[in-house]
Design a protein around this ligand. Structure first.
Ligand code: 6R9
Length: 576
């Protein structure tokens, strides 16, 4: 049975009701790239910004059901833009500002956005990025876009474009000027609980990113509940999630979860090592952060710099430490717990996905005696029923066993579909194990019944905590005339007769990946090989390649489907 309610837009739960009770409470702390220059925005101010933006979008023709693309780094205007879309019933599509112009264009086209909101330039780690220029390039191949709103992050001038030179119709508008014309009151749209709240593109195992669709009521409820219970959030806490708003973690735990709970949330614009490796902890001290939520990749980087960067700062406000995005190795977990949290803060290793909307498997420190085993995601959150499957699709009922991680029944925060491709949604998530939601991850269930995530089972990989399909990188690499095929990170087979300098070719391939997808997707290492290990049906056996890179000859598993088993040893020799 499906119970549906007609509600005011979600934004009322995140703003209006808090403005009623505590208008001057700080909603957002914008931790700008330059340390010590943070900007605080109260609930009253955030509601005003949101209303002006909502009215601006309405006046410019954005209607309920339209989609607005937001290409901005974390900042109050980006959050207000998300909430303004929610207020007028438009879906937002936040695109990570580290994505290239081409990746942006693909997402705008797929979402059929008519409106883009961006900034003139981004500032991160002391470097300036040309975001508006990327939008200009992207829009050359996005005919649906009618208007662009530009915020000014830096004082550098920005080129503004007319839509039509003859008619002198304006395409680009300065967002602050536009907002000043608007009223402070913006009536929230009446929305069905199952109406779309946002699209968020994520990588799958094919080259084409998928626009996952999250809806009004279930998503917000789930983000708010998990935020409260997983992190042991209480009224007045300052919540520091350092994820970018371009990822689901930023959506659920920098924006929707904390704001629904009336919290003060940090928007982190910088990097963990700018201006030095003490940045996170200096920020914790200065902003008096109570919950810190970050990624293992950053922790691994920071622990290499040594404990002195942590000890330098007062971290006594910290209550809970969270980890997300990839498995956290024991060394990083121990360091986080012992050095960052002085051994007194629970570490919550939270497993979830863009698809799940919020945290699904996690230790729950709000239960006072909950045991936490280092490096384990531990237990399902309320309402989540994890199931492990064997290779034949049978449910594994015993403990001390590994299998494909599925979820047995729906939960409020789950994505409802893939924008414009419901078939892909059912094929990817519902058909591999009929009757269950398939996550794409493998997991181990310990003797005690605790879960540990072992990693992706498909061709999705994690690069510095960013999820990317190997197929996306591969599409770019193989588009170069001289390559015919590539594997994980990145084995490249050259066409017969190509006698290029490997170094030069590696450089060219890296440039192409950076231009077509993003800098972070560039292979760290390109290995030129004569051929790749394939199954007899022609599929590249990526797990074999992974083992080659890891130099793990014993962990190869079943090679019976490899078309030429001698292949593995050949590759291994060639790697060394
Ligand atoms: C929230 C987020 C999802 C994939 C997921 C899994 C990996 C996330 C994890 C983890 C081990 C954790 N992942 N959290 N692996 N332990 N605590 O990251 O969403 O970008 O969609 O990535 O990330 O492989 O399937 P998303």
């Amino acid at each position: 049975m499906c119970i549906r309610f007609l509600l005011c837009s979600r934004v009322v739960n995140c703003l209006d009701r808090h403005v009623h009770t505590c208008p001057e409470r700080v909603a957002l702390i914008w931790e700008r790239d330059e340390p010590g220059s943070e900007v605080k925005i109260t609930y009253r101010q955030l509601l005003e910004m949101t209303c002006r933006l909502g009215n601006m979008l309405r006046r410019r023709g954005v209607r309920k059901g339209d989609c607005v693309t937001i290409y901005m780094p974390p900042c109050p205007l980006a959050v207000a833009s998300m909430l303004a879309c929610a207020r007028i019933g438009a879906a937002h599509n936040v695109v990570f500002a580290g994505f290239s112009a081409e990746a942006l264009a693909e997402r705008i086209r797929d979402a059929q956005s008519s409106t883009v909101i961006t900034v003139n330039q981004g500032v991160r780690g002391g470097k300036v990025t040309e975001l508006k220029k990327a939008v200009d390039t992207a829009l050359q191949s996005c005919p649906t876009v009618q208007q662009v709103f530009v915020a000014m992050r830096t004082e550098n001038p920005v080129a503004m474009t007319a839509r039509d030179i003859v008619m002198e119709e304006v395409r680009d508008h300065y967002v602050i000027q536009e907002m000043q014309k608007e009223d402070l009151v913006c009536e929230p749209a009446a929305m069905d609980s199952e109406d779309v709240l946002f699209l968020l593109y994520t990588s799958g195992s094919t080259g084409k990113p998928k626009g996952l669709v999250h809806t009004q009521a279930g998503y917000l409820l789930y983000a708010a509940l998990t935020h409260k219970y997983v992190f042991n959030y209480s009224d007045g806490d300052v919540f520091g999630c350092v994820a970018d708003i371009g990822w689901i973690t930023g959506h659920s735990y920098s924006v929707y979860g904390p704001l629904a709970n009336g919290g003060t949330t940090v928007l982190f614009e910088s990097t963990p090592i700018y201006p030095d490796p003490g940045r996170y902890w200096e920020m914790v001290q200065r902003l008096k952060i109570n919950q810190f939520y970050g990624a293992p990749t950053a922790l691994r980087l920071l622990l290499k710099y040594g404990d002195q960067w942590v000890h330098k700062y007062d971290r006594s406000t910290l209550k809970t430490l969270g980890s997300v995005g990839e498995p956290i190795n024991t060394e990083a977990w121990e360091w986080y717990h012992r050095v960052v949290g002085d051994g007194r803060c629970p570490v919550v290793d939270t497993w979830w996905q863009t698809e799940t909307g919020g945290i699904c498997i996690t230790p729950r420190p709000s239960e006072p005696d909950a045991e936490i085993v280092p490096g384990m995601a531990m237990r399902p959150f309320f309402g989540i029923e994890p199931v492990l499957m064997d290779t034949e699709g049978k449910v594994l009922t015993s403990n001390d066993t590994s299998g494909a991680l599925c979820i047995a029944q729906p939960w409020p925060g789950m994505a409802r579909t893939i924008h414009n491709d419901h078939q892909r949604f059912t094929e990817t998530y519902c058909q591999p194990y009929p009757g269950y939601f398939f996550t794409g991850d493998g997991a181990y269930r310990s003797k005690e019944g605790y879960y540990q995530i072992t990693g992706r089972l498909d061709d999705v990989i994690n690069v510095s905590g960013h999820r990317i399909g190997t197929a996306e990188i591969e599409d770019v690499v193989v588009s170069k005339d001289s390559s015919v095929s590539s594997g994980v990170y990145a084995f490249v087979v050259l066409k017969k007769g190509v006698n290029a300098q490997e170094e030069e070719l590696s450089r060219q391939l890296n440039n192409m990946v950076s231009k077509k997808i993003a800098k972070y997707a560039c292979p760290d290492f390109i290995q030129f090989v004569h051929r790749l290990p394939k199954t007899r049906s022609g599929k590249i056996m990526r797990r074999v390649l992974r083992k080659v890179v890891e130099q793990d000859l014993n962990g190869l598993g079943d090679l019976s489907t490899l078309d030429d088993p001698a292949m593995y040893y050949a590759l291994n020799r060639c790697y060394k």
